[in-house]
Design a protein around this ligand. Structure first.
Ligand code: CA
Length: 621
């Protein structure tokens, strides 16, 4: 019996080995016409060359010869295979010199069917140092066939590659399984003629590609890209605005749109602060919370880091959903909306802005600066001044207070540096929202750190950026009893609905896991973990320690807010019934440990159940 099983096992193993070997070696090493960046560098003269160290050297089978480009970035070497091949394996060997091993880290392989690589998809990203004098290999998991394949060197590497290899089999393949750099969706941008976005005005024609849903969903559409943002544009990791020619639904966004933002999160070393604030916005039931999801970004084959793919804040269905004005809306009811404005310390940098009577800078976001007419600018300026001096009648307290609570709960120094507000046609009130920009929140600003040690609201602290808005906010949340009462009601409602330490810690723990692979790549690309950037109050030294700082702050902040609002939390929201059986449920322990999606398999105890955006505590008896 024993012998029999051993023999069977041995035969089985042999079969596995045979199958595995034949699988691994069934695909040939491919050859083709060498293509790539034309200008190489002659290191002995440091001059441009087309004869020394050319891209042909990456395919000559010799480990001592190498390709080094004259330009330092976005340079590449590859093959025109003549017809499509499904690539199953790639190989690489670094140039044999002192920096060679490190120069391949974050090098990217791509495949395309257009010789300009505009339609390229990623095949593989190198995440470890290379080995000099040998060819390293990796399996490729991309089912589409490509005629053109290439390797793009990482930033500032001049490519510097001794040898490249591609293996595969002939065929056009299919799109059943494509490659994502990590568990996060991959956003890959290819610009026309390789132009790198360089300011906020020039939109660079591009092919915008997003691979999501574990490599099973592909969106690849023409559009454009440009830089975006204010302070965040000064960092080497640039924020971008992408715009599709036609409206698209990206990843799991609720609706279609042309414009989306790529938030760079350079100063936020947890890479999650904006997403966490959006979670608070949903929990405080802001009528609209911007969509956002973490992604990896490639630009012309170069890895740029972990970003957040987010809504552009604009007037549109699924975004700020108010009437869109036209230049014909000159008078009467038509002139009363909708307007999207931003109380914005950077207003003076915009074309369409005004200063209010009380000195607040206001940018008019919609109607946009190219189509707005004088009557509209005049109307919204007068209206804002009226609101400013008579907020009781003209400010919607409900959205203002919810927005205020998100700003305070997140400890955001910037809350009143920039506030989005909107006015709908035929509605006298000015509404506040959506929440936006939390880079400096959650204990990330040396001017207000440590936030919980202060006895008063952050907007009233010396380090806050509230400026002129401070006295406006005082009139509401400090001096008006009715508004204060309303604020506690909103807080109680959110607390009872699950805004608890346990749930927020569980959310942060989940997001930390979600970002684990991508944060590693991000900090390989941007070696700043031990450097103070932006307004960082201190160095925590690791990704885990950065996240722990936010986790600790969040827990303490909920208690701090209870105290400041003179509110006592009585948990009575324990429920056993699950409201919506249509949506999948996820169960977690109180400490955030996931327990899958089947209630029947749970032992008796207290759990947190999440359905869509709703979170509840349940008892299994
Ligand atoms: Ca070579």
């Amino acid at each position: 019996m024993k012998i029999g099983r051993a023999v069977v096992l041995r035969i089985y193993l042999l079969l596995v080995m045979v199958c595995h070997s034949s699988g691994a070696f069934a695909d040939d090493k491919l050859s083709g016409t060498v293509i790539g960046t034309k200008e190489s560098v002659n290191y002995s003269t440091n001059m441009k060359s087309t004869t020394v160290n050319t891209c042909a050297n990456a395919f000559d089978g010799k480990l001592e010869t190498f390709f080094a480009s004259y330009e330092r970035n976005y340079t590449w070497a590859g093959l025109d295979l003549g017809s499509p091949f499904v690539i199953t394996r790639v190989g690489w060997s670094p140039r044999n010199d002192s920096q060679g091993e490190g120069r391949v880290v974050l090098g990217v392989f791509e495949g395309a069917n257009s010789p300009d690589f505009m339609d390229a998809l990623p095949l593989y990203i190198i995440t470890e140092k290379g080995k000099i004098g040998t060819v390293s290999h990796a399996d490729v998991h991309c089912s589409r066939g490509f005629r053109y394949v290439r390797y793009i060197g990482p930033s500032n590497a001049r490519c510097n590659i001794a040898e490249l290899e591609f293996y595969g089999h002939a065929g056009e393949g299919d799109d059943t399984h494509l490659y994502q750099l990590t568990n996060l969706p991959t956003v890959s941008i290819h610009t026309e003629d390789g132009v790198i976005p360089y300011d906020k005005e020039h939109e660079i024609e591009s092919q915008l590609t997003i691979i999501s849903d574990d490599g099973t969903r592909l969106l690849s559409e023409p559009g454009s890209v440009r830089e975006r943002g204010n302070a965040s544009r000064n960092f080497p990791k640039k924020p971008y605005r992408i715009k599709f020619k036609e409206k698209q639904r990206v990843v799991d966004a609720p609706g279609k749109a042309k414009k989306w933002t790529l938030i760079n999160n350079y100063g936020d070393k947890t890479l999650m602060r904006n997403l966490l604030a959006f979670e608070l916005s949903r929990r405080l039931e802001m009528p609209y919370t911007p969509y956002g999801t973490a992604v990896d970004v490639l630009l012309n084959g170069e890895y740029k880091g972990c970003y957040q793919l987010c809504d552009q804040i604009q007037v549109q269905k699924n975004r700020v959903n108010i009437t869109e004005m036209t230049p014909e809306d000159k008078e009467g009811d038509a002139l009363t909306g909708g307007y999207l404005i931003e109380v914005d310390a950077y207003a003076w940098e915009e074309k369409s802005y005004f200063y209010s009577n009380k000195g607040n800078p206001v940018t008019i976001k919609s109607p946009d600066e190219d189509s707005i007419i004088y009557q509209q600018t005049d109307y919204i300026r007068r209206y804002f001044n009226r609101m400013e001096s008579n907020w009781v009648n003209y400010l919607d307290q409900n959205t203002f207070l919810r927005h205020f609570l998100v700003g305070e709960l997140s400890g955001n120094t910037d809350t009143y540096w920039s506030v989005f507000m909107y006015k709908e046609r035929g509605d006298d009130k000015l509404y506040t929202g959506p929440v936006w920009d939390f880079d400096l929140a959650f204990e990330n600003d040396d001017r207000t750190y440590p936030v919980n040690s202060k006895s008063d609201y952050i907007y009233r602290s010396g380090g806050s950026c509230a400026g002129n808005m401070s006295s406006f906010v005082d009139n509401i949340v400090i001096r008006n009893a009715a508004a204060r009462k309303k604020m506690v009601e909103i807080w109680d409602e959110a607390r009872q609905a699950g805004l608890t330490e346990e749930n927020m810690v569980a959310w942060i723990d989940d997001m930390e896991k979600e970002l684990e692979q991508s944060q590693k790549l991000n900090f390989m690309r941007w070696n700043i973990m031990n450097t103070i950037v932006h307004q960082n109050p201190r160095i925590w030294g690791s990704y885990q320690a950065e996240v722990a700082n936010v986790r600790r702050f969040m827990k303490e902040r909920i208690a701090w807010m209870d105290k400041r609002l003179n509110y006592t939390y009585h948990p009575n929201g324990i429920s056993v019934a699950i409201a919506d059986n249509e949506q999948p449920s996820m169960f977690f322990s109180l400490s955030g440990q996931p327990y899958g999606s089947y209630m029947n398999s749970l032992k008796p105890g207290v759990y947190i159940v999440r359905q869509g955006q709703t979170t509840k505590k349940i008892i299994i008896r």
